[in-house]
Design a protein. Structure first.
Length: 492
């Protein structure tokens, strides 16, 4: 039986989604309500990014108090990004069908409540479970928020300005999370868990007033591809678990091989479900867009390398060099300043420069930062071994993060904005989960270093991160060259 991968499924009308009938068409002169709407949406994305990197700084203190080893600490981060990445596609679909306002506000409430509860518990497994719940909540707020923006602001200068502010806030959350994490961990590692809660609930109150109400929608539960969501999430969980456990039981051990086979079968099952489902979680035909696929791969490589590098360096600075969380915060502050400052001009840059060129430039900055850090030796001072890396990573994140989001949603129909935004954010979190698992496995398979020395497996782990960045850079350059050849062929 032949299957048309490009077929369109029935979708609700734009007016069902809560987008105002008069879209914002100008890049200036926005009303107070428009700015408040953008603050709420960008604030939620800021919290999502903040939660990943902020808790990362608290991991050594958390491990000491709760008796958690590197493998368990890895799950504090991975549980969040797996819940986030595993259900983003379902979150995008839900926002398209149920209404973006309803989905966004409900998920934001769950995120806030879970933050407060996780800070109060003493049970390790419950903390990890609540981290997964928060990731799931973020999986619904992000595509809903991004699709509210792309249907509120028309494509062009107005949308570029809104997306620039929105994505720079997300990038600022990742970068400033190290600073916030260091400051809050000085009080208690529990402060890093509870901090997002009250902020999320405040955004909820404001959002209920400024996000346009949506008209009732007609849908059936059959439109939700629940089996697709289950198989995709299960495939990711199985794959990450296999990578984390492999150093203990052996990469060629029967248990490891079985886990990899199960992950592959679940992934194949997901593709089969999407081909046959009347309302698939992912309309596979959308992946024929080279720009969208390039943006998704770039997002995975960018965030995967960044979050894994942060995890490794946090352990090195605190466990080996004895840095305090406050010193960590100040050490990474320049990166956060660069990302925040980029909000002043990135919208104009996106208007004038091809996003593929910006992504390539961002990966060049990332690569220089990682390679610079590889020269680290015991006793090197901050200005020599870490400050240049921090500056290059901050520049790379400031350029790449908004560019991949802009490229992933450009030219996509309104009814599939939730899908497109869900895809790029899924790729981002999958990259983070997989690279966290890989670097954790490399650290655990090496002998721990003595205090003041390099930690075991650190140099090989960062080398792998640098190699991934090279692959992403070469891919970006290849996409640019291929596009130029197609342009010349059409002109001829």
């Amino acid at each position: 039986m032949s299957v048309d991968l490009n077929r369109k499924t029935a979708q609700p009308r734009l007016t069902d989604f809560g987008a105002p009938p008069d879209q914002v068409t100008s890049a200036g002169g926005w009303s107070r309500k428009t700015w408040l709407l953008l603050v709420v949406l960008a604030g939620a994305l800021f919290l999502d990014g903040l939660d990943v990197s902020m808790v990362g700084v608290a991991l050594p203190s958390m491990g000491s108090d709760l008796g958690m080893d590197q493998s368990q600490l890895q799950w504090i981060v991975s549980a969040y990004v797996l819940g986030y990445g595993g259900l983003l596609l379902l979150g995008g679909r839900a926002s398209d069908l149920l209404g973006r306002r309803k989905v966004f506000l409900t998920a934001l409430a769950v995120f806030g409540v879970a933050s407060v509860i996780s800070a109060a518990t003493e049970i390790n497994s419950l903390i990890i479970a609540l981290r997964f719940v928060k990731g799931v909540a973020a999986a619904f707020t992000v595509p809903a928020g991004l699709s509210i923006i792309t249907t509120t602001f028309t494509e062009g200068p107005a949308r570029n300005k809104a997306l620039s502010i929105y994505t720079v806030c997300g990038a600022s959350g990742f970068s400033l999370g190290l600073v916030f994490g260091g400051l809050l961990t000085e009080l208690s590692w529990r402060a890093t868990l509870i901090f997002p809660g009250p902020v999320a609930l405040l955004l909820l109150v404001v959002g209920a007033r400024v996000i346009p109400k949506s008209a009732p929608t007609n849908f059936s539960w059959s439109q939700f591809d629940a089996l697709g969501a289950i198989t995709s999430t299960a495939a990711l969980l199985t794959l990450v678990y296999a990578v984390v456990q492999a150093p203990e039981v052996g990469w060629l051990a029967p248990a490891t091989i079985i886990l990899f086979v199960v992950a592959a079968l679940l992934a194949a099952g997901f593709v089969g479900i999407e081909i046959r489902h009347r309302h698939p979680l992912v309309r596979l035909g959308i992946l024929r867009s080279i720009a969208l696929v390039h943006a998704n791969f770039s997002a995975a490589a960018m965030f995967g390398g960044y979050v894994a590098f942060q995890f490794v360096v946090t352990l090195y600075l605190q466990d080996s060099l004895g840095w305090s969380p406050m010193q960590m915060a100040l050490g990474f502050l320049p990166a956060g300043i660069l990302v925040v400052a980029s909000a002043l001009f990135m919208d104009r840059v996106l208007d004038r420069v091809d996003t593929k060129l910006l992504i390539s430039g961002g990966f060049v900055a990332f690569l220089i930062g990682y390679l610079w850090f590889l020269q680290v030796e015991p006793g090197m001072n901050y200005v020599v071994f870490l400050l240049p890396t921090v500056l290059f990573l901050g520049a790379g994140f400031a350029v790449t993060f908004p560019s991949v989001n802009s490229q992933a949603t450009a030219g996509v129909a309104d009814e599939e904005q939730g899908l497109a935004s869900g895809l790029v954010n899924t790729s981002t979190q999958i990259g983070g989960a997989l690279m966290m698992a890989v670097t954790t496995a490399m650290l655990r398979s090496s002998e721990p270093g003595a205090p003041g020395e390099l930690i075991g497996g650190m140099v090989p782990a960062i080398t792998v991160i640098a190699i991934l960045t090279v692959v992403a850079l070469v891919t970006s350059v290849g996409v640019i060259l291929a596009g130029r050849r197609r342009t010349l062929a059409v002109a001829a």
